[in-house]
Ligand binder design. Structure first.
Ligand SMILES: [Zn+2]
Length: 199
């Protein structure tokens, strides 16, 4: 059997201090005012700063680097969020752009791969995910799956997972929340199918 990580999770070794990295993803653009009310976050047109503003609070509290993740189609949003986080006083802010459009899975694969390959992140023990409540369940399930697979593949001790929901948050349309449930089911079933040997 191939050698695995020397310790499954660095958090099991209490002599190693906890160091987080904060991961946030660009959310769907929306108007500040819509038929469901007013989004409580700062806005620049349809660009909403709710997630990044919450991620800034977490990054400062944890004295952590912040990864701002977006698809290639969201590069302008990524740039705007990186600029805002730096202006708010977060020292280490890294843009992560996924060139392919694979949604939450692609963004988390890119972010976790960046962290797990050490470099600037050698001391990181915890990954703190920041996203909206309606997106959080699926994002946590995918992130945990990606963390385990990436860390095992790279022979790296597992990152401990933590998460926080955006506050104050955008009141997302119910159809978006319903679609999240379907996407979560699809992710779990796809993952199971890919783990099964071919018939
Ligand atoms: Zn908003």
């Amino acid at each position: 059997m191939a050698a695995g990580p020397s310790s499954l999770c660095r958090r099991f070794d209490v002599s190693i201090p906890t160091q987080a990295v904060v991961v946030m993803m660009c959310g769907p653009p929306h108007e500040k005012e819509d038929e469901r009310g007013t989004c409580p976050a700062a806005h620049d047109g349809r660009r909403c700063y709710a997630r990044v503003d919450h991620a800034v609070v977490v990054a400062k509290r944890e004295n952590a680097a912040l990864l701002v993740c977006g698809a290639a189609s969201e590069t302008e949003d990524v740039d705007a969020y990186v600029k805002r986080a730096r202006a708010a006083g977060v020292e280490k802010v890294h843009p992560i752009v996924d060139e392919r459009f694979r949604g939450t899975l692609g963004l988390l694969e890119a972010a976790v791969d960046r962290v797990a390959r050490y470099g600037d992140f050698a001391d990181v023990t915890d990954l703190v995910l920041v996203t909206d409540e309606w997106h959080l369940t699926r994002a946590v399930v995918i992130a945990a799956n990606v963390v385990v697979k990436t860390c095992v593949r790279l022979r790296r001790p597992l990152l401990a997972m933590r998460w926080e929901q955006t506050s104050p948050a955008w009141n997302a349309p119910p159809v978006l929340a319903a679609r999240e449930g379907e996407k979560l089911m699809a992710f779990v079933l796809d993952d199971e199918a890919s783990a099964r040997p071919a018939a």
